[in-house]
Design a protein around this ligand. Structure first.
Ligand code: ADP
Ligand code: MG
Length: 680
């Protein structure tokens, strides 16, 4: 990078050590940081309001053009506190200009001067007042003024002055970080133009163009960092496999694989036989049949003499996968084991010893799989279901149990593709974009609590037909809040509306064995209606269940509701989802409309993203979603797509950023990669 850009910010003329300290608080350390510091907004001074028309105590700030009619003598209101006032007039009315502790600014104003003011207006319509506004001479050449985010001790003027000096300092010497070809393809302005116009725009269009370039830079560099990291993770395949056909596996399946499932299996087989260690994401909406694909992958590993393991986020799911895998794989001679926290120590040890001795070919489990006592003889494939419930460290720990086994991750969260690239940056992706044949969309209705009794009647009709159902509550225990909890709701229903039916209760505070017992009864059809918390959210598969009622539906995210709804409609019977909510806020009404009108997980995810933002979408930032300084992932998706496309092309030509002309980019990418390494 240009030397001057890397200098400490005190190198800038108007910035001394004290100001530098303040600037450091907003993350500005170098000249470059200063130039990259983006205004949060702009004021257009060419469009003033008439004083007569401004509303006092409005949220917004106003631009006013007028003349200083009179200045009052400064008054010392308190020790160290000076108050200066002047009356400013335009042809329509007067306004009082008030300045605290700004004697110097005040002294520079003269009666008869034409000025432009920008600030909030207080007082009332008879006596309007503007306190400590930004003041510009009427003939100011800059008509569009940036408004920066501030911190204590930092003023708009101070930043503007510093930026101006910085721009003068580097004028004519700035080498563009962006390679010309990329800049042209993305139709971006030059770097210096961007800095000049983001800070001192001649027009709003200029400001917009400049901003677009800086956002693009951020996204482009980030995309490069992802691609670059992936090239470093070019891990040699230390569990190489040979092609085998899936015929035998397909023969034992009770159904025909969908085209999407077949394609995913081919992707996986290719990966397992490739030069590099496979690291693949299998993404598919609820009910798309990810488990069968996972079983196919385990079969492939087995045929190559490798063990595999599958990690599930809950005991219920682990138990369910265990059953499915046994049904599908044992006829093929594959020995399947289950390892969960609720096994007795003796049983646990027995399973662990079998895995270590190579007497088990496929081990299903929960977090217990991470325990240091778990070892494998020849682990070749690690599969995780619903990965973002596991931490990065846990996955790494499991990987360490083999000689760098292949990885397959399953997720039912349909992440918009652009975000998937950011979120799962280093993964290859296979998508199951097709549901098995004969599935009917789940009819979904949002209602208020007033028709609860009718909803019960509807549920009973389903149960009387021999089907089963779920009622989901947001809480386990009574909380005192206005939230329906599973325990007391269960009691109430068992004694009241559903006294004639077999009810079950399932929630996260029950121990593993208790939960499993209830699930077994439900699967066996010995429970008609299961009152549950969101423990059933992920993956639970009971095809005979045709109705799900969700209480306090407004307490769940859209994607979560979609997951819950995915518990029904799995068996080819007409199925229903009833959402009960008394929240009539426009936001909630909109959410309920969305979920009732579509069963497309991707559309729902996108809607969720718009309503809640990317941070919430993934729970929190701990999932490795980067935070950007200027870019906003909900708003700048188009730029992100361009950046991803161009960065890929760019890296194809220089995968490790080794060409001399890419030195500056390598530096910027290096900073991100280092930062990410520190986070992990
Ligand atoms: P998810 O992708 O949500 O994990 P599952 O793997 O649990 O979905 O599969 C959902 C249901 O669909 C299961 O009952 C499974 O047996 C069934 N299934 C999976 N693949 C097919 C298929 N190709 N044809 C018919 N049913 C299928
Ligand atoms: Mg599943």
């Amino acid at each position: 990078m240009n030397d001057k850009l890397e200098r400490d910010v005190t190198y800038v003329k108007s910035v001394g050590p004290k100001k530098a300290e303040v600037l450091a608080r907003v993350g500005i350390k170098t000249v470059y940081d200063l130039l990259q510091y983006c205004p949060r907004d702009y004021v257009d001074l060419s469009e003033p309001s008439e004083i007569r028309t401004v509303t006092p105590n409005d949220e917004r700030s106003y631009v006013i053009r007028g003349r200083i009619a009179s200045k009052l003598p400064p008054s010392h209101i308190r020790k160290g506190m000076t108050l200066c006032k002047a009356v400013v007039t335009d042809d329509t009315d007067d306004i009082t200009l008030t300045l605290f502790n700004q004697e110097y600014t005040f002294a520079n104003l003269r009666e008869g001067d034409d000025v432009v003011l920008y600030g909030k207006v207080t007082g009332n319509t008879f006596r309007r007042e503007m306190s400590s506004p930004l003041i510009f001479p009427a003939n100011t050449p800059d008509l569009i003024i940036p408004v920066y985010p501030l911190t204590n001790g930092l003023t708009q003027n101070a930043i503007r002055k510093a930026v101006k000096s910085a721009l003068d300092l580097v004028e004519g010497e700035v080498e563009d970080v962006m390679p010309p070809a990329v800049r042209e393809s993305a139709a971006m302005c030059t770097q210096y133009y961007a800095w000049e116009n983001v800070h001192f725009p001649k027009s709003m269009i200029g400001a917009h163009e400049a901003r677009r370039r800086l956002i693009f830079d951020e996204l482009f560099v980030h995309s490069l960092a992802i691609g670059y990291t992936r090239s470093l993770d070019n891990v040699y395949n230390s569990c190489p496999m040979e092609p085998v056909t899936f015929h035998r596996f397909e023969d034992v399946l009770p159904f025909k694989l969908t085209t999407a499932q077949k394609k995913a299996l081919v992707d996986i087989a290719t990966g397992l036989c490739g030069k590099r260690r496979m690291n693949r994401l299998l993404q598919g909406d609820v009910g798309s049949g990810k488990t069968a694909v996972a079983a196919g992958a385990a079969y492939f590993a087995f045929m190559n003499g490798y063990q595999s393991c599958m990690m599930a986020p809950t005991e219920i799911l682990a138990a369910q996968h265990y059953k499915t895998f046994r049904t599908l794989l044992e006829p093929l001679g594959i020995r399947v084991g289950l390892l969960t926290g609720s096994l007795t120590p003796k049983n646990k040890r027995a399973v662990q010893e079998s895995a270590a001795a190579g007497e088990l070919d496929c081990l299903i489990g929960t977090h217990a799989l991470f325990s240091e006592n778990t070892a494998f003889k020849r682990l070749g494939l690690v599969m995780t279901d619903e990965q973002h419930r596991f931490g990065v460290e846990q996955r790494a720990a499991l990987s360490a149990k083999g000689s760098d086994p292949h990885r397959l991750t399953m997720s039912a969260t349909p992440i918009p593709r652009t975000l998937a690239l950011i979120f799962y940056g280093d993964l290859e992706i296979s998508v199951l974009d097709e549901l098995p044949e004969g599935r009917m969309p789940v009819a979904t209705y949002a209602v208020t609590g007033r028709v609860r009794e009718r909803a019960y009647g509807f549920v009973k009709k389903q149960l009387d037909m021999g089907h089963q159902g779920y009622i989901v509550c947001p809480a386990v225990d009574e909380s005192g809040l206005d939230i329906i909890d599973a325990k007391s709701y269960y009691e109430k229903l068992a004694r009241g509306a559903f006294a004639d039916y077999r009810l079950g209760l399932l929630h996260g505070r029950m121990n593993g064995a208790e939960k499993e017992e209830v699930m077994e009864l439900f699967k066996a059809g010995e429970i008609d209606l299961l009152v549950a918390t969101t423990v059933i959210e992920v993956g639970v598969d009971v095809p005979n269940a045709t109705i799900i009622v969700i209480e306090n539906a407004d307490r769940f995210g859209l994607s979560q509701l979609h997951q819950l709804r995915g518990r029904v409609g799995r068996g080819g019977h007409e199925s229903f989802c009833v959402l009960i909510t008394d929240n009539t806020s426009p936001d909630n009404v909109k959410r309920m409309k969305t979920i009732s009108s579509t069963t497309d997980g991707f559309r729902i995810a996108e809607e969720d993203l718009k309503l809640r933002g990317p941070g919430d979408f993934f729970g929190t930032n701990q999932h490795g979603l980067p935070t950007f300084k200027i870019a906003d992932l909900t708003r700048d998706v188009n730029l992100l797509e361009t950046a991803q496309k161009l960065s890929k092309r760019f890296l194809d030509a220089d995968p490790r950023l080794e060409k001399p002309e890419n030195a500056v980019l390598r530096e910027l990418v290096g900073k991100i990669v280092e930062g990410a390494a520190e986070m992990n």
